[in-house]
Design a protein around this ligand. Sequence first.
Ligand SMILES: NC(=O)c1ccc[n+]([C@@H]2O[C@H](COP(=O)([O-])OP(=O)(O)OC[C@H]3O[C@@H](n4cnc5c(N)ncnc54)[C@H](O)[C@@H]3O)[C@@H](O)[C@H]2O)c1
Length: 409
Amino acid sequence: MAPVCVRRILISESVDPCCKKILQENGIEVTEKQNLTKDELVAEIKDYEGLVVRSATKITAEIINAADNLKIIGRAGTGVDNVDVDAATKKGIIVMNTPGGNTVSAAELTCAMIISLSRHVPQAVMSMKAGKWERKKFMGSELYGKVLGIIGLGRIGKEVATRMQSFGMKTIGYDPITPPEVSATWGVEQMSLEQLWPQCDYITVHTPLMPSTTGLLNDATFAECKKGVKVVNCARGGIIDEDALLRALESGQCGGAGLDVFVEEPPKNRALVDHFNVISCPHLGASTREAQARCGQEIALQIVDMLKGRELVGAVNAQVLAHSFSPESHLWIRLGEALGAVLRSCTTSKQPYDQLMFFFQSNLVCGLQLFTHLYSWVILLAQFRVSTLLKGTAARCEAQPCDLWVQRQ
Ligand SMILES: NC(=O)c1ccc[n+]([C@@H]2O[C@H](COP(=O)([O-])OP(=O)(O)OC[C@H]3O[C@@H](n4cnc5c(N)ncnc54)[C@H](O)[C@@H]3O)[C@@H](O)[C@H]2O)c1
């Protein structure tokens, strides 16, 4: 038995058509409605058990609270910044994304930024289009032999490292979780940030945006860098402090910046975008046909796998919800359902109880497992109000994998 039943899914953005196809092939009714306003989505969402988005749809607590039937929110892409995950978790809604689907695309854009910064390609293109021929102005520098500092050595950081090594760059980095011996196998020497800043000719950030990474590059850390250091942010706006970056660009402490992401998107403050030494893109890291196809396919397959009870992949609120869907937990969920059936029969009977005792006959009930699943009991008893139950009559329910009896004392 699948733990979650999803029959209707709304796709509220332009997601690769393979997503719809895979869902439909697996018996799910799919509706595509793009550019819904918040109020339209609030009204619409009631009819669906699943929602698939990219990054434009903002799934706020208001929308989640209106979504009475919603069981799953699938984000075709990395990050879930546009989803209020806490509100979804409180409502028992699984939020999943496809973190690996756009790794290569984001890494390639980062490399394009580094190369463009070294040779001023975008500025030279603009100059040519303006009818000029400015050879001296765009004197560049080789990447060969330069030091690239990579902050965040996860999926994208690793791909950037291996690609830029082929240009002869020395790659150093920092990551609090990826072990140094692991990053060493793909050519990245890890060190503390204090050691890293003064060595780098280029710095690229590939961390999530969270309190510990907000403003990683700021006035103080720019001051520790080599004069003229070039920086790239294709991760999330705010990892490089935008005001500090502008100050560093104006003083020459920073020699150039490649920005794909901004604190506010699109940025209303144009000071960085308009700066001559800044090259920028409108958040294009994942915008390739290949990445979109991969993310559309992956989110559909992940949803189908979950519904078929096969596996739960990519759930970001997994710690809270995932083990409710593991194969081992299915047995416990079924036990909970069996208990519910018994208790329901108790509540509808006339003869009162003083005490209820449950007897289990199953190899499932061993100390640790019973303890870890105790929370199910608490939820169950809360739902069925013990005082009401005590007025019930004898009942018995035989359910696989456990036989259980309720006995009158
Ligand atoms: N521009 C785009 O369109 C685009 C596309 C894909 C991903 N991204 C973003 O790129 C970033 C990296 O994505 P990923 O798939 O490589 O993620 P990932 O989870 O694979 O890697 C992130 C790494 O950052 C590390 N990290 C966490 N805190 C850190 C800290 N304080 N200092 C240094 N490292 C720290 C983690 O240990 C992890 O190894 C994310 O912010 C993601 O949202 C942007």
